[in-house]
Design a binder for this molecule. Structure first.
Ligand code: F6P
Length: 549
């Protein structure tokens, strides 16, 4: 057959078209009717893995839709792709790298290798060596064998890093707040001096260990902060003392050494760990220092349990697969261009920020792996806040706005406090949001209630909730290291599986480059006042800042 002859649609294309047709039918997208009809819906549409329960009963899923979605997963060989990723194949095509964050949580002796342009490398050897070095360092520091320059125990750890070198460790350290702190932990990502100055003002340089966390060890913000903090340390305890307070967490040990960090204080990881997937590497040192090595090990164990689940559970019971398919149904087929992450636990306050980078930096792409524009919408906007706070700010729009914004609602069954009433109220609100979004309240109901109360009937449309708005519930028995690790790994796999559906590269981030490049000449213009070569808007802003500043 000549090349130009029309090709029959592939199985994947056929199923894709079927799903698109379903999405065009309002009945297929409906939630309320399905919830009302089937008393076994919760049991049929929830699945468990690595201690987590995923409940999809408040989405539009029914048997026919689920079958089509699972058929799409099979046609796209999603789990096969995940296995190839976890085997160390060069799945990051544009950067010609593996994506082996899963190897970081594999037990010793896993023997995982990473494919590189020069052949296969032993990834496990590097991982195990550095994990053992970090454990020894953390434990020695906790036991008092590693001390400050003046020989007293460290009291605080300051992590300087941005993006994945900040969000993961900061989020996990805060999430594990129930564990007695071994050291106070502070995180500074932004180059904004207000944040750094305020943080340093609350720390004693003589008792603070500073982690310079940067995969590349070239990120401008982190390096500017590292230089400022080195000066702060040296001012308090001298140059030599400062050197004993500095640690590097990086995939570029040579740059860390050139910066003046002693080789025995540099904890490395491989190039095949993406920044937003790096909290499992030495980048997670702040978690171990603040919450203890056992907590960090528990986090790795939970993630590893989810890794195993992801590649062994049958499709109908596979949490990452079901979550990826449901998110894709919402984002791509139904065109819901945002979703909310609503953890009902204030210790997960930074989870939405971590998830934003994970999902939007991974899958905010408009061309496929071969560079061709993709003809469908990819990653939605992710945002969120802990409940119930979110209810009192933006959930109005989710209930009554003109757009449908699905939500992931995360519940922790057992709290780490003794305020039972508070916890019951919290859980009730989480469940109520899911019910209100799905079931809504008709105008007739609103009118009947107004009539019964003798209230103005004109308010009925304002008190009407259309419902039919999907939400996904995720249950954790406790917010402990194991279940937190499983939750984070669940989202990592979900993002990777969605990328495979969209045929995009989840592991590159070319979209961050242009802004970085443009900042150079602008910084120069701000320093000199010379706006030559700048576009008119930038030149105007530089001149204005010069006048105002
Ligand atoms: O600019 C984006 C990014 O590369 C993220 O992907 C990464 O997490 C962050 O910057 C920090 O990078 P690094 O760890 O190399 O300092």
């Amino acid at each position: 057959m000549p090349d130009s002859a029309p090709q029959p649609p592939t199985a994947r294309e056929e199923i894709w078209a079927r799903l698109a047709a379903r999405a065009a039918d309002p009945a297929s997208r409906g939630v309320r009717g399905k919830l009302g009809r089937d008393p076994n819906r919760f049991a049929r549409l929830s699945a468990s893995g690595a201690g987590l329960v995923l409940d999809l009963s408040r989405t539009a899923l029914d048997e026919a839709l689920l079958e089509d979605l699972l058929a799409l997963a099979e046609a796209a060989d999603l789990i096969g792709g995940l296995k190839r990723q976890m085997r160390g194949e060069m799945v990051n095509a544009t950067e010609r790298r593996a994506a082996l964050h899963t190897a970081l949580r594999a037990p010793d002796g896993a023997g995982i290798r990473a494919e590189t342009p020069d052949g296969w490398q032993d990834a496990s050897a590097l991982i195990e060596r550095e994990r053992n070095r970090l454990r020894a360092f953390v434990q020695a520091l906790h036991e008092g064998a590693i001390t400050t320059a003046s020989g007293v125990p460290f009291a605080a750890v300051l992590n300087l890093g941005i993006g994945g070198s900040d969000l993961g460790p900061a989020m996990a350290t805060e999430a594990l707040a129930a564990i007695r702190p071994r050291l106070a932990a502070r995180f500074v990502g932004n180059v904004d001096g207000h944040g750094l100055a305020a943080t340093l003002a609350g720390l004693d340089a003589a008792r603070t260990l500073v982690l310079v966390a940067s995969k590349s060890f070239t990120t401008q913000e982190t390096m500017a902060n590292a230089r400022a903090v080195r000066g702060w340390l040296a001012g308090a305890i001298g140059e030599e003392g400062a050197a004993r307070h500095l640690v590097a967490l990086t995939a570029n040990p040579a740059a860390a050494e050139a910066f003046g960090i002693a080789p025995d204080r540099i904890f490395a990881f491989g190039e095949w760990v993406g920044g937003r997937y790096s909290l499992w590497s030495s980048i997670g040192a702040a978690i171990a220092l603040a919450r203890g090595w056992d907590a960090f090990a528990g986090l790795l164990a939970g993630a590893e349990a989810m890794d195993r689940h992801a590649v062994t559970a049958r499709p109908r019971r596979n949490l990452p697969l079901l979550l990826a398919l449901t998110h894709t149904w919402h984002a791509t087929f139904c065109g819901h261009r945002a979703y909310a992450c609503l953890p009902y636990d204030s210790r997960l306050a930074r989870l939405p920020a971590w998830l934003q980078q994970l999902e939007m930096e991974s899958n905010g792409k408009r061309v496929d792996e071969a560079g061709r524009p993709v003809p469908y919408p990819t990653a939605p906007v992710v945002f969120g806040e802990p409940g119930t706070n979110a209810q009192h700010s933006f959930l109005q729009l989710l209930h009554q706005g003109t757009d449908i914004v699905p939500a992931d609602i995360i519940l922790i069954a057992r709290p780490d406090h003794a305020l039972a009433d508070n916890h019951r109220i919290l859980l009730a609100h989480a469940l109520a949001q899911g019910a209100a979004l799905a079931l809504g309240r008709s105008e007739a109901e609103a009118e009947a209630e107004a009539r019964a109360k003798g209230e103005d009937l004109a308010l009925a449309p304002h008190r009407t909730f259309p419902g039919e708005r999907p939400s996904i519930l995720l249950h954790l028995p406790r917010l402990d290291p194991f279940h937190l690790g499983a939750l984070l790994a669940l989202y990592e796999h979900t993002v990777a599986l969605q990328a495979a559906l969209w045929r995009i590269d989840a592991f590159d981030q070319w979209g961050v480059e242009l802004g970085k490049r443009l900042a150079g000449p602008l910084e120069q213009a701000l320093a000199t006042g010379d706006t030559g070569g700048l576009d008119p808007a930038s030149a105007g802003a530089v001149r204005l800042l010069g006048r105002l500043g």
